[in-house]
Design a protein around this ligand. Structure first.
Ligand code: AMP
Length: 426
C-alpha cells in the first residue's frame, strides 16, 4: 500500500471545518486592518531563500527541498529551485518585482503550504501551513514606525481572541539594528570562546560562522551555558531602544499583554529590531503558534529599494491544534440538521424536492436513497450524526405531513410540509 510521505499528512473531515473556520476568521480580521491577499508560487529560485533567509540558518543550510530543474533544451543551464520554506522572501520578491510600493500596496497576507525537511513529530511536519502577513513600504509611508509593529501585534491578539483561543503568551524582544548586532556578535564570540568546546556540534559551528544562532540551540545540556551569555538588550543603541519602548507603550495603552524575552532571536537572519513569538501552553514541546518580526534591510538584500517591513507567520497546523482545545471548536463542527429518508420506490424525487427546500433555508441536509430499508436509513442518519431524520414515504406525501424524529431523544412528530423548516430550525 502506498502511504503519505513521512512528515506529510492528509487533513481530513471533520477537522477541515476548523481549518476553514480559521481561514475565514483570518480573512475577516485582516480585512479590518486593510490587509489584502497575495498568492505567490510554491517554488522559487533557490537563491531567493539563500539571500532572503540567510545561508547560515537551519532552514537554508539543512532543511530545504531543492532540486536542479532541467532547462527547455538539453543545452540550457540547469536552474536550482526550492519549495518555499517560508513566505516572507517570496512576498518581498513580489513586492519588488511588481513595484507594489509605488501602488500603495503595503499590507499583504497569504496562506498556504511551506516545506522544511525537519524531524517530524507532533506539531512539526515537513509540509505544514502558514498564514503570513507583511507590512512593507517605503520609509516615507511610515513603514519603519513602531506604530506598525504595535498594529500588527494588536491584530494578532484580536485574531486569537476572535478564534476563542485563550492562554496565549506574547513574548517580545528587540534584536536591534545591524550595528548593534555586530557588537553583540563580537561579545558573544568572546564569551563563547572558553565554553564552546563543551557545546553541541551545531553550536561549535555557529560560534564561528554566526554566534547569534547559538540561541536557536534546543540541546538541553547547552542551555545552562547559553544562560550565561550576554543579552542583546545590553547592546541596543539609542534609536533602537526608543523604537522598542514606543512599541511597548502602544501595546500597554491598547491593552495587549506581553512579556519581554531577550533570548528570543528567531531563526531567520534578516530580522531587525522587534522580534516576537506567541506561544500556547497546551501545545507541548512545539509550543510556538506564530512568530515574526521586523526586517528593515530585507528588500535591499534582495536588490530592491529601501522598504522597511514587519511581518509574521502563524503555524496554521498548531493554531488548529490549540483551537481543538477551545470551546469555539464545538460550534464549528456542524453535523447535519436533518437526514431525509425516502421510503419506498418512487420516493427519491419527492425527497429531493424537500431536501432542496430545506437547504435553501441554510439547513445542513443529508439525503438517503429509496432502496434503503427504514432500519438502514436510521443507521446511516445516526452515523452521520444528524439531529433529525425525516421520513418521506407514500403515506406522508399523500397526507402532506411528514414523520420527523429527533434522533437524540427518540421523540417523533408528524409535521405539515409548510412547517418543516421552522420545526427543524428550532
Ligand atoms: P518560522 O517561519 O520558523 O518563524 O515559523 C513560524 C511558525 O510556523 C511557528 O511558530 C510554527 O507555528 C510554524 N512552524 C514552523 N515550522 C513548522 C513545522 N515544521 N511544522 C509545523 N509548524 C511549523
Amino acid at each position: 500500500m502506498i502511504k503519505a510521505v513521512r512528515g506529510t499528512r492528509d487533513l481530513l473531515p471533520p477537522e477541515t471545518a476548523l481549518w476553514n473556520f480559521v481561514e475565514s476568521a483570518v480573512r475577516d480580521v485582516f480585512r479590518a486592518y486593510n490587509f489584502q491577499e497575495i498568492r505567490t508560487p510554491i517554488f522559487e529560485s533557490t537563491e531567493l531563500f539563500a539571500r532572503g533567509v540567510g545561508e547560515e540558518t537551519d532552514i537554508v543550510s539543512k532543511e530545504m527541498y531543492t532540486w536542479e530543474d532541467r532547462g527547455r533544451a538539453e543545452s540550457d543551464k540547469r536552474q536550482s529551485l526550492t519549495l518555499r520554506p517560508e513566505a516572507t522572501a517570496g512576498i518581498v520578491r513580489a513586492y519588488i518585482e511588481h513595484k507594489l510600493g509605488d501602488r500603495g500596496l503595503n499590507k499583504l497576507y497569504c496562506m498556504g503550504p511551506m516545506f522544511r525537511r525537519e524531524r517530524p513529530q507532533k506539531g512539526r511536519y515537513r509540509q505544514f501551513y502558514q498564514i503570513d502577513a507583511e507590512v512593507i513600504g517605503p520609509p516615507s509611508a511610515g513603514s519603519e514606525s513602531p506604530a506598525r509593529d504595535a498594529e500588527v501585534l494588536e491584530m494578532l491578539a484580536t485574531l486569537l481572541d476572535r478564534l476563542g483561543i485563550t492562554g496565549w503568551n506574547l513574548e517580545l524582544n528587540s534584536v536591534g539594528c545591524p550595528s548593534d548586532r555586530a557588537k553583540f556578535n563580537e561579545a558573544l564570540r568572546k564569551a563563547l570562546e572558553p565554553v564552546v568546546g563543551k557545546m553541541c556540534a551545531d553550536c561549535q559551528r555557529r560560534a564561528v560562522t554566526n554566534p547569534l544562532r547559538v540561541f536557536d540551540c534546543k540541546v538541553p545540556e547547552d542551555q545552562p551555558i547559553i544562560d550565561t551569555l550576554p543579552r542583546i538588550s545590553q547592546f541596543l543603541d539609542e534609536p533602537c531602544r526608543a523604537h522598542f519602548d514606543a512599541v511597548q507603550a502602544i501595546l500597554t495603552k491598547v491593552g495587549v499583554r506581553f512579556s519581554l524575552n531577550d533570548r528570543l532571536v528567531r531563526g531567520l537572519d534578516y530580522y531587525t529590531r522587534t522580534a516576537f513569538e506567541f506561544t500556547h501552553g497546551a501545545l507541548g514541546a512545539q509550543n510556538a503558534i506564530l512568530g515574526g518580526g521586523r526586517y528593515d534591510g530585507l528588500s535591499e538584500a534582495l536588490g530592491g529599494p529601501a522598504a522597511p517591513g514587519i511581518g509574521f507567520a502563524i503555524g496554521e497546523d498548531r493554531l488548529v491544534m490549540s483551537l481543538q482545545q477551545s470551546a469555539s471548536a464545538e460550534g464549528v463542527l456542524r453535523k447535519p440538521d436533518v437526514y431525509v429518508a425516502p421510503l419506498g420506490a418512487g420516493m427519491n424525487s419527492e425527497a429531493a424536492r424537500l431536501a432542496r427546500e430545506l437547504r435553501r433555508h441554510d439547513l445542513v441536509v443529508d439525503l438517503g436513497d429509496e432502496t434503503f430499508r427504514l432500519k438502514k436509513s436510521f443507521e446511516t442518519a445516526t452515523k452521520a450524526g444528524a439531529k433529525y431524520i425525516l421520513i418521506v414515504g407514500e403515506n406522508e406525501v399523500k397526507a402532506g405531513a411528514f414523520a420527523l424524529k429527533n434522533l437524540a431523544t427518540g421523540e417523533q412528530v408528524s409535521v405539515p410540509r409548510a412547517e418543516l423548516t421552522r420545526r427543524i430550525q428550532e
